[in-house]
Write a protein that binds this ligand. Structure first.
Ligand code: SF4
Length: 408
């Protein structure tokens, strides 16, 4: 490929990469800090790699989020989701309710439930296995993607089990994979300010390694655009690359842009905490990650819950090959003030991906192809939760509410 004109340092880094060298952590920092014409060169390289690795197909998974409790006393300063037991809106779902929600999801075509919750002080460590067992008893074919490393840390501590033993037990109960959330930024100083370092960077890495060694795959995440910068991003991606070199257990990277609106971190100190990443930083996060992780993690996912469907679609030109989940009931980003709705249905996913000139593919959690939508569409469905009149397709100019009402 020919790289668009760019500065000498960035040209040198991209030339070395094209010649077969990995992008070092130091060079990654330069790329993450790029400006002006350099950004176009970096995203062009990322798009070229995406085409080489994934072709024109863009994946999505039909799934439902089930946040089984929002009661949590960990006090992460970026979190708008956690509540105290006495707060209005605090909830802890029974196993019956969790199973009912999973059954509704499967009836709507879901192949996965994504289950995460707060760190509830009264919850026994065995509740995690109880959730998995209850769902599997009712829905043996449904993939359970569940429990952040923070929850694994908590469950293992409460049951006095090692991480590997705790995860192995969950796997034997039917757990399919683990979300690599709670990574935030894998840097001690940043984490001290975000989470008081309750789950340290070392512990996050240890738990992810334990999961991979137990044969449970995980996603990888980074939450950026608050008190962090290129130095932290490059170090974070380099850590993920080293884990992947050793275990091969990551399925994808999901960059999560910081949603500041209702976050205590931002509200307490808006002069020092950034209100999320800039447009250029979002592009660079996906593009540089694609370049640094080339040959290690093949899937870079855009997060429509954080960015909205239009912006998420634009990132398909910056190294992204996956649109994530339909979700049905997204609540964590909404609790922090993101206003992009709770669900993008499979039909809507296909329209958004196709409008970008790509081929939509419904996939499993672990990236097996279920159906390629070359020219046909998934069945139209009304969203699980009624919308306020806006749809994820509004930016495409489609008159969706009318025909969805007819189909509902
Ligand atoms: S991010 Fe998770 S662990 Fe932290 S306060 Fe929120 S719910 Fe609790």
């Amino acid at each position: 490929m020919s790289i668009p004109p760019c500065s000498t340092p960035v040209t040198r880094i991209l030339d070395r990469f094209t010649a077969g060298q990995e992008v070092s952590q130091q060079d990654g920092e330069v790329l993450f800090g790029a400006q002006g014409a350099d950004i176009a060169a970096i995203t062009a390289m990322a798009d070229h790699l995406r085409h080489q690795v994934n072709g024109e197909q863009v994946g999505f998974v039909v799934n439902r989020n089930i946040n089984f409790t929002n009661i949590c006393y960990m006090g992460c300063r970026f979190c708008g989701f956690a509540k105290r037991r006495e707060d209005a809106g605090a909830e802890w779902l029974s196993l019956e309710t969790i199973v009912t929600r999973a059954q509704q999801a499967q009836a709507r075509g879901a192949t996965e439930v994504c289950i995460q919750g707060g760190i509830h002080p009264k919850m026994p460590g065995t509740y995690y296995r109880d959730i998995v067992l209850a769902i599997k008893a009712a829905l043996p074919d449904l993939h359970i993607h569940a429990f952040s490393p923070f929850e694994i840390w908590y469950g293992a501590a409460k049951t006095k089990m090692s991480y590997v033993d705790f995860i192995t037990d969950l796997k034997e109960c039917g757990l399919g994979s683990i979300p690599g959330t709670a990574a935030e930024i894998l840097d001690t100083e940043v984490r001290k300010q975000l989470t008081k370092d309750k789950l340290s960077a070392d512990k996050w890495v240890e738990i992810i390694r334990a999961a991979h060694h137990a044969g449970v795959r995980t996603t990888a995440t980074i939450m950026y655009g608050h008190i962090d910068g290129p130095k932290h991003w490059s170090a974070h991606i380099a850590i993920l690359r080293e884990i992947q070199r050793e275990t091969g257990g990551f399925t994808e990277l999901v960059p999560l842009s910081f949603v500041h609106y209702d976050s205590p971190l931002y509200l307490a100190d808006p002069t020092h905490v950034r209100p999320g990443p800039t447009t250029a930083e979002v592009n660079l996060m996906h593009a540089v990650s694609r370049i640094m992780l080339h040959g290690f993690i093949d899937n870079i996912q855009t997060s429509w819950t954080k960015l909205g469907p239009e912006r998420a679609q634009e990132l398909l030109r910056s190294g992204v090959n996956d649109f994530g989940g339909t979700l049905m009931n997204e609540s964590i980003s909404r609790a922090a003030g993101a206003g992009f709705g709770q669900e993008v249905t499979a039909f809507e996913m296909v329209q958004i991906i196709r409008a970008a000139g790509r081929i939509p593919v419904q996939r499993t959690t672990t990236y097996d192809v279920l159906e390629v939508f070359n020219s046909h569409d998934p069945a139209r469905q009304a969203p699980l939760v009624e919308r306020d009149g806006h749809t994820p397709l509004d930016f495409l100019g489609a008159d969706l509410p009318g025909f969805l009402k007819e189909d509902a």
